[in-house]
Design a protein around this ligand. Structure first.
Ligand SMILES: [Cu+2]
Length: 494
């Protein structure tokens, strides 16, 4: 029996994969075997990176003393176009700086809380063996530095986060990140590595309501987020900030979930994970579609790119992707491969208004609206960006409609007969028989009441001033009034 086991182990070690394939048939020995002796050589300063970048492999063959310097910075940053939020950060970004060490390293951690911080902070690293994961030793008042050290006994991908009371609030404000503890032999070589972290955010205003948005404690307690985001902002990884890659390359994602509340059903539309190191541990599963990442957990996944195009990273709890922001893009460049996939590039259906490189005109319109200097031109420009995805999936990009199914908005005699209908239909939907440009439609447009008053005003103004429609101007106040009214043609769902 013992001999068989030994044979088995021996066979495993000879497998060509550089990962510890022990994963499938034996174990690593955990923390009991994690101490690889005292640090050797000169001290090493850890390379920290901002998301979505990942530090290079440590490349070391022996344990070292690794110095980590991490700054806590409280700062206002955009959470969506035209929406700002006061984030509390590790290293000035959400998620915080990526830390990469090797199993057996002694990590000397310096946590500095900037002098202009309003709050004390600390850090709990899930890769630490010891009560509190460093939290008690790292409690740091504004303008102070604290220092503690730990030996990284277990290899794996670990979340770190602030654990200062109220803990949920510190985490909800963006205080989390990832630390990778490489196994002694390192990880296999891949062409690209990226760092992505999901988090849920709670604001007083609605999704995309413009201006500065304060934290909403009640919504956080109810676990009802306004935003669910990758890397701390809507659009952090879309448009010109999409993750670049090339066909033929192997990509490894380090994906964490800071929470504070939601678990993530992490999925990449159009890809299959060749391998997933589920829960950030040592074993991998193969050929996985969606992997569950708990709050305060992480996973590594690898896939090879065979077909060019946009791959959409989502939380497959899908309203979060399309209505709360949990959407990122990995863009693979390279030659088509029609034998593997003959279809077209992912379209507005999947990207929504994120099919646009940015929603800058929307932010500009909001800024002008708040100073009372909003022009019709600005409303039209903002409305055009919002129309893409929101309306264009049905009414088509140029408002031409789809015969027999979706009526045209371009040169619509139905709109011309009563332009006031446009904001009404956006907010309340439309059901029943209508005749547009001589063609009959008898269908159901769902209300788009999730849009803010600004958004409704801008989209309506854009539609009225485009494609030969009669022109006109819908204000945010008009939209607010229409929202309260209930026309008889309203669609169900009210
Ligand atoms: Cu904190």
């Amino acid at each position: 029996m013992a001999a068989t086991l030994l044979l088995l182990l021996g066979a495993c070690e000879k497998k060509s994969d550089d990962r510890p394939v022990a994963a499938t048939s034996s174990d690593t020995g955990g923390s009991a075997k994690g101490d690889l002796g005292p640090p050797q050589g000169p001290d090493v300063n850890a390379v920290l990176t901002s998301p979505p970048m990942v530090p290079p492999p440590t490349g070391r063959k022996a344990p070292a003393r690794v110095i980590v310097q991490l700054d806590v910075i409280e700062k206002e940053m955009p959470i969506s176009e035209g929406v700002t939020y006061t984030f509390w950060t590790f290293g000035g970004t959400v998620p915080g700086s990526f830390i990469r060490v090797r199993q057996g390293d002694t990590v000397v951690f310096h946590l500095r809380n900037m002098p202009d911080s309003k709050m004390p902070h600390n850090i709990d690293l899930h890769g630490v063996t010891g009560p509190g994961g460093g939290a008690a030793s790292s409690f740091t008042a504004p303008g102070h530095v604290s220092r503690f050290s730990f030996k990284a006994l277990n290899a794996g991908l670990y979340v770190y986060h602030c654990a200062t009371a109220p803990v949920g609030m510190h985490v909800a404000n963006g205080m989390y990140g990832l630390i990778l503890v490489e196994p002694p032999e390192g990880l296999s070589k891949v062409d690209r590595e990226y760092y992505v972290m999901q988090g849920d955010f709670y604001t007083v205003g609605k999704f995309r309501e413009k201006g500065h948005q304060p934290f909403n404690m009640e919504a956080a307690i109810d676990e009802n987020p306004t935003y669910v985001l990758f890397n701390g902002a809507e659009g952090a990884l879309t448009g010109d900030k999409a993750l670049p890659a090339k066909v033929g390359e192997t990509v490894r994602l380090y994906v964490g979930n800071g929470g504070p509340n939601l678990v993530s059903s992490f999925h990449v539309i159009g890809e299959i994970f060749d391998k997933v190191w589920f829960e950030g541990g040592t074993k991998y599963n193969e050929n996985v579609q969606t992997t569950l990442i708990p709050a305060g957990g992480a996973a590594m996944m690898e896939f090879r790119l065979e077909v060019p195009g946009s791959y959409v990273l989502v939380d497959h709890s899908i309203f979060r992707a399309f209505n709360k922001g949990a959407l990122a893009i990995l863009k693979a460049d390279g030659p088509e491969n029609r034998a593997i996939y003959s279809g077209k590039e992912v379209d507005a259906m999947y990207l929504g208004d994120r099919a646009q490189p940015s929603l800058q005109a929307v932010a500009a319109a909001a800024a002008s609206a708040s100073t009372g200097e909003l022009s019709i031109e600005q409303q039209i420009a903002a409305g055009k960006e919002l129309f893409a995805g929101t309306c264009s999936t049905c009414h088509q990009p140029e408002g031409q409609g789809l015969e027999g199914v979706f009526p045209p908005l371009a040169k619509s005699d139905f709109i011309a007969a009563n332009p006031k209908r446009v904001p009404e239909i956006i907010l309340h939907g439309l059901v029943g028989a209508v005749k547009v440009n001589g063609k009959d439609y008898n269908s159901n447009m769902p209300p788009m009441s999730q849009l803010t008053d600004d958004e409704v005003a801008n989209i309506a103004t854009f539609v009225l001033n485009s494609w030969g429609n009669p022109g006109g101007h819908v204000t945010s106040a008009d939209a607010a009034a229409i929202r309260k009214a209930q026309p008889e043609t309203a669609s169900a769902g009210h």
